[in-house]
Write a protein that binds this ligand. Structure first.
Ligand code: BGC
Length: 746
């Protein structure tokens, strides 16, 4: 029986492998020494093989260090850069040198290089940077997610890299968390849809092709919900919530065919996820059926000992993680993992079967990605780097991300004959438009950005001419000149309108931990001073998460949420401000008013009321801008919401139709969103949950009838027994301002 199970398991892991490749893996496993196996499970960072270690930022490999890693320690994988991205040619040289060394080893097992292509290929200079996931979620356009992921794939593969540490599938329900911009926002359905779309785009061509890369779902599980908001600190998430909100995007991604997964560096309910056999083996492997490779995040096995204190020794930490289900350790700065795992196996603290299982998965990935056929960067792939059409795609994505939140008296779009004062710290910043993972980890060094990247000021000058775009700003987000109120007031006298560019400069991970979500005081003062001049003020928010603007919202005539939208952010902002693009982005999160107002759109009925406050303002869900907000320069009217039946029975499908008409005078795109509400259920139901969306384009006066199909799975929730169920009863369907009801019978 066990033998049969083992065969079934091997067959599934090797789903995309030929019989011949499977045979080769079996042969290799038979030949490999324990040292060679443990080496395959070891991943080191570039500094380990760089000439001068961490000091080298130019990608020069030290042949002796390389030999030590690949030949002596049999290292299976390398990641990252030391300081900044390399050119395509440099990457080709780096990867070639590494694979040459691997060819010299006894079994000639190629090395798999992994990089973070989070919103484009981070670490290749002149790669195409797209909007971050948060902004991609605002587009509500999976075809853009798909096209951007294909481009990232091409640019990674051109650089000789076949493994992308993306997409982030964490749910953005905690804006204090510094990685909020990397998420698809607060909604489970959007994260599931966009995440699975990205994974298919990365992998669907078959990983041997030069148009595919292995994806990496991250960071499993519950990483985005630290209780205090700070990165890599404890999360307390009951399993019912974990399953309702945090697991579905991973479940969907596994179904979409993701080859690898990276683990949450934090802990849930006191258990570091890297040590959780329950989450890694029982849930991920057995329940979700994930057969690919599990890699740790940065230093996370070491941290079981020296940060989380659940392992009394470094070796115990290694045994704990590998026994829990980890296949590869991102060690990544030394070979300690290799030494400790060898010891642990010899002492029988880790069974050989676990090592063989892990190595089989690693070798499978290497076979699947074609590294055994030819590990070198492909000439055909290089031709796919930096194609001119990628620039248009980056612009399309940035356009559709732009989310117009306020447009008092239709001040926007502005006339191109206006005299515009462009102010605020991000007016002349490239980094504040791109955010993290942009040519460097933090994304905060303009030196590495393409020379044709445009600032908001430059893009506005392109619209109104140099003379009509005045500024008081200089380069450098934090330069005191950007906050000079006297200069601002003086300059405003010559302007018709003030475009005030505020928000956040680039940050990644822990450096973005913040004590305060309020917009910094000096930015608030700037906006107030601008309003005092009497000229209309338009706020452009370049930020990775909602920074509170409640006190300045009333004095702004227009508010454009621009997120971190990548290379073409400047152009997209200017196109919206001057009407060359009609905005259609919709908020992927609820923009809170203040720290005391963190309520998500899919709130429970008791969050809907406002019993605790002695004021009459709003209900319990009272954000500054609700989830899904987003204005257009045209108007859309909904009519004729119809259901195919008033009852839905068992596994049947319910068809929902609605007519949407463009009643304004401009063509526009629009995301039509279908929500449902379960009226009564054994677990308090949400007031609404997004179940489907379709983005359409309508000319003035044009109408379209849209059809949605839902079934019981779209109405399901996690019950007290932790089972996903649909209970019989009444449901409401909501699209725009229209509602209909139906009854579900089992
Ligand atoms: C991040 C991961 C990333 C890894 C490698 C870690 O600090 O959490 O998302 O893939 O570094 O760069």
């Amino acid at each position: 029986m066990l033998a049969i199970l083992a065969t079934i398991c091997v067959t599934t892991i090797n789903a995309q492998l030929s019989k011949a490749d499977e045979q080769k893996i079996n042969d290799l496993l038979k030949q490999m020494t324990l040292e060679e196996k443990v080496g395959q499970m070891t991943q080191v960072t570039f500094a380990v093989i760089a000439k001068g270690g961490w000091a080298d930022s130019e990608g020069n490999i030290d042949p002796a260090a390389l030999k030590k890693a690949i030949t002596d320690y049999h290292v299976g994988s390398i990641l990252n850069v030391n300081a900044h991205g390399f050119s395509v040619d440099k990457w080709i040289q780096v990867i070639t040198q590494i694979q040459d060394e691997a060819k010299n080893t006894r079994l000639k097992i190629p090395v798999i290089y992994g990089l973070d292509g989070m919103h484009g290929q981070t670490y290749t200079l002149n790669s195409t940077l797209f909007p971050h996931n948060l902004a991609m979620a605002a587009t509500r356009n999976p075809s853009l997610v798909r096209a951007a992921a294909k481009t990232t794939t091409n640019e990674l593969r051109a650089s000789g890299v076949r493994w992308n540490f993306a997409p982030v599938l964490d749910i953005g329900r905690q804006p204090l968390w510094s990685r909020f911009p990397e998420t698809y926002g607060e909604d489970v359905f959007i994260a599931k849809t966009m995440g699975a779309t990205a994974i298919k785009a990365y992998e669907e061509d078959g990983l041997k092709k030069s148009t595919a890369v292995a994806s990496c779902m991250k960071h499993y599980l519950g990483y985005s919900g630290p209780r205090n908001g700070k990165d890599r600190t404890p999360a307390y998430i009951p399993e019912i919530e974990l399953r309702e909100y945090y697991l579905p995007s991973f479940r969907e991604a596994v179904k979409a065919g993701a080859s690898t997964i990276m683990i949450n560096s934090g802990e849930i309910n006191g258990e570091p996820v890297h040590a959780s056999k329950y989450l890694l083996t029982d849930v991920l492997r057995k329940e979700l059926g994930f057969q690919g490779m599990i890699v740790t995040d940065w230093e996370d096995i070491k941290r079981l000992h020296d940060r989380h204190n659940v392992a009394a020794t470094p070796r115990e930490a290694v045994a704990m993680a590998i026994n829990a289900g980890i296949d590869m350790s991102m060690v990544p700065t030394d070979f300690s993992f290799y030494d400790l795992l060898l010891e642990a196996v010899k002492l029988k603290e880790v069974p050989m079967s676990r090592i063989d299982d892990a190595v089989r998965r690693i070798l499978t990935l290497k076979f699947k990605t074609g590294l055994f056929d030819d590990p070198y960067p492909e000439a055909s792939a290089k031709a796919n780097f930096g194609k001119p059409e990628y620039q248009q795609l980056a612009l399309d994505a940035a356009h559709e991300a732009m989310t117009l939140l306020k447009n008092k008296n239709n001040l926007l779009p502005l006339s191109k004959t206006s005299k515009v004062l462009v102010a605020g710290p991000s007016a002349q910043s490239i980094t504040a438009l791109n955010g993290c993972w942009s040519y460097t980890w933090q994304g905060n060094n303009e030196q590495w950005y393409p020379s044709d990247s445009k600032t908001i000021l430059q893009a506005i000058k392109d619209k109104v001419g140099d003379k009509n775009a005045i500024t008081t700003t200089v380069k450098g987000f934090n330069n005191p000149a950007n906050y000079d109120l006297t200069a601002l007031k003086r300059a405003a006298a010559n302007a018709d309108v003030i475009v005030m560019c505020v928000g956040e400069d680039a940050y990644a991970e822990s450096p973005g931990n913040t004590r305060e979500l309020a917009l910094p005081d000096e930015q608030v003062e700037l906006v107030k001073a601008a309003a005092m001049t009497g000229k209309p003020v338009i706020l452009v928010l370049t930020e990775g998460r909602p920074r509170f603007i409640t006190n300045i919202e009333p004095i702004a005539s227009g508010i454009l949420m621009a997120y971190w939208s990548g290379k073409k952010s400047g152009e997209a902002i200017a196109d919206v401000l001057f009407g060359d693009y009609n905005p259609d982005g919709r908020l992927p999160f609820s923009y809170p008013k203040s720290m005391g107002e963190f309520v998500m759109y899919d709130r429970k009925p008791s969050e809907e009321i406002r019993e605790v406050f002695n004021d009459n303002a709003g209900g319990g869900y009272d954000p500054l801008f609700p989830f899904g907000s987003g204005l257009s320069y045209t108007t859309f009217e909904y009519s004729n919401l119809q259901l195919s039946s008033n009852t839905l029975t068992g596994d049947a499908k319910l068809t929902v139709t609605i007519t949407v008409k463009n009643t304004g005078s401009r063509a526009g795109k629009h995301s039509v969103e279908l929500y449902t509400r379960d009226m009564y259920a054994s677990i308090t139901p949400s007031m609404k949950r997004l179940r489907a969306f379709q983005k359409i384009s309508l000319d003035p006066g044009e109408s379209k009838q849209l059809t949605f199909t839902i079934d019981k799975n779209d109405l399901a929730f996690v019950n007290a027994q932790l089972k996903t169920v649909t209970e019989p009863g009444d449901f409401e369907v909501m699209i725009g301002d229209k509602k209909a009801t139906f009854n579900y019978k089992q």
